[in-house]
Structure formats: C-alpha cells, structure tokens
Design a protein around this ligand. Structure first.
Ligand code: SAM
Length: 250
C-alpha cells in the first residue's frame, strides 16, 4: 500500500458515492454534531489572526463550509478534494466567488504559504496513507497564529478495545454500497489497515509546530452512544472518535 493507491481509491469511491454519502453516513452528521461543530468553528474564528479565510481540507460536498456560510463565520472558504464529483457538488451549492472548491491532492495544494486563518478537516485525515504529510501541508499554508482543526478521526484506543464489535458492525450494519467494498476498505485506510489514529501520539507530534488548544471526544449517532458517553467519563477508550484544535506557533 502507498499514498497513490489510497488516494486513487478515495477518488474513485467518492466520485461514485458523492451525492448519497452524507445521507448514508448520517451518524457523522447528526444535529448534535452540527451544533458542536458550529461552536467549534466560531471558537476557531475567534482564536485566529482574522476571520478572512477558511481552508476546507478534504471538503467533500462542503459540510464545514455550509456551516460557515450559514453563520457567516469566515469571509471566504476554499475547498479542496481529490473527488471531482464532490467538488462539483460543493461549487453548485454555493455559487459564490467567496466559496470555491478545487480538485487536488491535499498533500500538495499549490496554495501560497502563510495564507489561511483556519484550516479545518472533518473526517479526512484517516483517509490519507500518511496523514502527517497532509498536516505538514496545512502547517505550510496556515498563517502564523492560524488554527488547525481536525474532527471525526477514529480513536485508536476505542478501535483496540472494540475491534470485534466494530468488525461485526462493518460486516452487517455499516456496509459499503454493493461492489464498492474493496475501494471503501482502502479509502478508509486508518480504519481498516491501521487501527485508528493515536490521538496522544498525534498531539505530541503536532506540538512541534502548534500550541494545542483543545482535544475532545466525538460520538457518532449510534444506538450505543449514551452508554459510551457514560463510560467515557472514566476512560478515553470509550470515545469512538476525537477532535483537535491547535494554534500554529508564531
Ligand atoms: C469522509 S469524506 C469527508 C468529506 C467532508 N469533509 C465531509 O465531512 O462531508 C473524506 C473526503 O476526503 C477526500 N480525500 C481523501 N484523500 C484525499 C486526498 N489525498 N486529497 C484530497 N482529498 C482527499 C475524499 O475524496 C472525501 O471527499
């Protein structure tokens, strides 16, 4: 497996499922999550050098940018995604010069260095073979003092604890569309080939270039969410996903 293989699997998979993806994975886009993410985006804007420019990294059809547009949190949003179908949906939705998406690999964007106030990626890093290369690119394009925000990344501790229930869920409940099993398997690289992302290791690595502002749990909308939330008070292993907000050092 290498970067190119995982990148092309993402491109093909999301080109096929683009129109239906968020409805099928509604557990990641619940009302509660939208409310939380909205608050986080306001926090990011207030912590950033200005609220001029937002980079929607792995934008898909524009989940983060829709929230930004609705509440006018930033003046401009630029989306970037490898799937041309996702980018088409994004651009059809906003029809505004202040909200534009382009097709590109996020590990090499071609954007000017030090140009964005905030870079957000929702459910994206675990799709990248070496997600640190993507974050290195974010670091390059963020202004000094700019904010990095990632969310809905799979928590390694949870994946280790719940490996069997997760496998059963994938086999019988959260199945990919007919015939797309192999593509989805590769596209979700850090769910299927690696057991999630180790948030502590990631935060320590980030600290070389960032001040960590917040690390929090993220609970998809599942039948078991309430029970997981109760157990989470005792142990991080019960949060399926996590988010991190960090400020680029000056
Ligand atoms: C789970 S979707 C999330 C999309 C969007 N953030 C949302 O929440 O609706 C992951 C997205 O990452 C994109 N992606 C994966 N690897 C990429 C890469 N190397 N460069 C650009 N986009 C990539 C996929 O095409 C897909 O649209």
């Amino acid at each position: 497996m290498n970067h190119e293989t995982v990148l092309r699997a993402n491109q093909k998979f999301y080109d096929i499922v683009a129109a239906d993806y968020r409805r099928k994975e509604s557990y990641a886009y619940s009302k509660k999550i939208i409310k939380d993410v909205t608050e986080i985006l306001f926090f990011c804007a207030s912590s950033a050098p200005s609220n001029q420019s937002f980079l929607d990294f792995g934008c898909g059809s524009g989940f983060l940018s829709e929230i930004i547009f609705k509440h006018q949190i930033f003046q401009n949003a630029v989306g970037i995604d490898i799937s041309s179908e996702q980018v088409k949906l994004f651009n059809e939705k906003f029809k505004s010069n202040n909200y534009k998406a382009i097709v590109s690999d996020i590990v090499d964007t071609g954007f000017e260095s030090n140009s964005f106030d905030v870079a957000g990626c929702y459910s994206v890093l675990h799709h990248i073979y070496d997600y640190k290369t993507a974050v290195t690119e974010i670091t390059r394009v963020l202004k000094p003092g700019g904010i990095f925000y990632c969310d809905f990344e799979p928590n390694r501790k949870f994946q280790r604890l719940m490996s069997i229930p997760i496998k059963i869920r994938r086999k019988f409940i959260d199945k990919p569309p007919e015939g797309l099993d192999d593509l989805e398997n590769i596209a979700e690289y850090h769910n299927n080939f690696e057991p999630g992302i180790d948030k502590d290791h990631f935060a320590i690595w980030l600290s070389q270039n960032y001040e960590i502002l917040k690390i929090g749990p993220r609970f998809p909308k599942l039948f078991s969410t309430l029970i997981l939330k109760v157990f989470f008070h005792f142990n991080w292993s019960f949060s399926p996903c996590f988010y991190i907000i960090a400020r680029k050092k000056m």
